[in-house]
Write a protein that binds this ligand. Structure first.
Ligand code: ADE
Length: 328
């Protein structure tokens, strides 16, 4: 496997320098900028991150600038990207970096809040020139195909491939790391749709030689999402709308949103003006929401009451509630 992987590096690097996408985080790279982009890219698609990355870096160009902002401001700048614990972690990481400087070792980077093995590998390779692999599901996919490796593509494969990559890591650490990601994003696509004709590994790939590229990766069976039926209340009283800060242990903990109930009698809150259903997919849960727009009978004290303008400028409302913003 090692010899095959070594042979695969030069064509991969040549392909990457000819075909890589022009992505904003590939310009003016600094350790801090890579920390921001990699955290954004953890659970959000490249297309959705592009603009948000540029806006975020222009609002907070350095770790010190980010550390000086309030948590509410940072949440607002993150609005719509989802998985908000990333933003809180980034804010905490910025405080550490502002105080102590950016870490210079894998262990130091890995110890920053919100940074796991993959993200630490990416930051080390791209920003620090360290030979530290970043192996996610995409890298596992391209390598199981290259090797025609039919073992279950789970966390053990990530560990194996990471150790193997470390042995052959070339001096162009950042290029190599991003080239692996890029091959998975542009050529070696999931779901049986690889573009093998354009692949720099066409003559090397064992799955392709066997005509079996779509057999890999061999995935473990997925667990289904739990479905939760919930009621969302958009209560209006005068010019204000009811919000709640979501509790620890709930989905979207710490975020502001419309009140959500498993069971509720919407008519008990006032006159129902409109009803709309929507669904939202979290990682492990699917919300099937019925949203009621209600003219509230009084300003129920258990809620926080905010104007539309305050909601737009001060509170980051998670995308899960997007469908009901039209009630405002
Ligand atoms: N996904 C995660 N990190 C990435 C990067 N640096 N470029 C493109 N896609 C990515």
């Amino acid at each position: 496997m090692q010899a095959l992987l070594r042979a695969a590096i030069p064509p991969l690097l040549a392909w990457f320098s000819a075909h890589k996408r022009d992505l904003p985080w590939r310009k003016d790279v600094s350790p801090y900028s890579v920390l921001v982009s990699e955290l954004m890219l953890q659970q959000t698609r490249v297309e959705a991150v592009k603009e948000r990355y540029v806006a975020f870096l222009s609002a907070y160009p350095t770790a010190s600038a980010l550390a000086a902002a309030s948590e509410e401001e940072v949440m607002k700048a993150w609005e719509g990207l989802g998985y908000y614990s990333r933003a809180r972690n980034l804010h905490r990481a910025a405080a550490i970096v502002a105080r102590e400087g950016f870490p210079t070792t894998f262990e130091g980077v890995r110890a920053l809040p919100g940074v796991g093995d993959y993200t630490a590998g990416a930051i080390c390779s791209i920003a620090l020139g360290l030979k530290e692999p970043a192996v996610d599901g995409n890298v596992v996919r391209i390598l199981t195909r290259l090797f025609a490796d039919g073992r279950c593509a789970d966390d053990r494969r990530k560990k194996d491939f990471s150790a193997l990559l470390k042995e052959v890591y070339p001096p162009e650490t950042g290029q190599f790391c991003e080239a692996l990601m890029e091959l998975g994003a542009l050529i070696c696509l999931p779901n049986g749709a690889p573009v093998c004709e354009k692949c720099p590994w066409k003559g090397l790939c064992r799955a392709h030689a066997a005509g079996e590229e779509t057999r890999y990766p061999v995935l473990a069976e997925k667990r289904a999402r739990r479905v939760e039926e919930v009621i969302v209340l958009v209560l209006k009283y005068g010019a204000r709308y009811a919000l709640v800060k979501r509790k620890k242990g709930e989905l979207l903990a710490g975020m502001y949103g419309f009140p959500v109930f498993e069971k509720a009698d919407p008519a008990a809150y006032g006159n129902i003006l409109a009803v709309k259903t929507a669904k939202f997919l979290f990682t492990h849960v699917e919300w099937r929401m019925t949203g009621y727009f209600i003219s509230a009978s009084h300003p129920f004290p258990e809620f926080l009451w905010a104007t539309k303008e305050e909601i737009q400028t001060q509170y980051a409302i998670p995308s899960a509630f997007r469908a009901f913003r039209s009630f405002l």
